[in-house]
Design a binder for this molecule. Structure first.
Ligand SMILES: [Zn+2]
Length: 199
């Protein structure tokens, strides 16, 4: 299991706005050109702002509200290189192993080993659809946490898949672009009927 990040502190100590309410943001959907753009590097100076910290809180709130396993900034209309991911008792992914909350600012991902795994993915920006993709089974995620502290963590299984999916969003790539066989693109009902194999 990767080490748990300290994401509990919403704002740096001493800030008076700790009680600020989080907000659920509108998720951009496929067809919105922002999902096809490359997001921009985030500088340390910006990370330290209250605006950015509130944005991270809102991303978390939005992901949880939508039962997403992860969400990237362009999915709420911001071209910034940050994504978050978390799975705990997620009804959209009942058979997937959980992982703690990660905030990944300016993330980089490197494959660990050469093994690939095929699996079904969904996306909050492509609601109601699942598709089969191939991803690296194990990756090294290198990023800054929400307070700008660098970390590196090896991810495998579903966490590795989600990290690769979210990083693609920061480069304007959607999971359907990575599908080798588009005939496997399915609506959720058909996915459950024809493709879903209970673990
Ligand atoms: Zn997505």
């Amino acid at each position: 299991m990767p080490p748990k990040q300290d994401n509990t502190n919403t704002l740096p100590q001493g800030d008076k706005n700790l009680t600020k309410k989080m907000a659920v943001l509108t998720v951009t959907k496929m067809g919105n050109p922002i999902l096809r753009k490359v997001s921009k590097h985030i500088f340390q100076k910006e990370i330290e702002t209250e605006k950015f910290q509130t944005f991270v809180d809102d991303l978390i709130e939005t992901m949880r509200d939508e039962d997403g396993a992860g969400i990237a900034a362009p999915q709420v209309g911001e071209l910034k290189r940050v994504f978050i991911m978390e799975v705990s008792d997620n009804p959209r992914y009942p058979d997937k192993e959980g992982f703690p909350l990660f905030v990944a600012v300016n993330p980089e991902i490197k494959p660990v080993g050469e093994k690939k795994v095929a699996g079904w993915e969904g996306c909050l920006s492509i609601p109601g659809i699942r598709g089969k993709t191939e991803r690296c089974e194990k990756v090294m995620l290198k990023a800054l946490d929400r307070l700008g502290k660098p970390y590196e963590v090896e991810l495998s299984g579903f966490a590795a898949v989600v990290a690769q999916h979210e990083l693609d969003h920061l480069n304007g790539v959607l999971f359907i672009d990575t599908m080798e066989d588009l005939s496997l693109l399915s609506f959720e009902e058909e996915f459950e009927k024809y493709h879903y194999v209970k673990a």
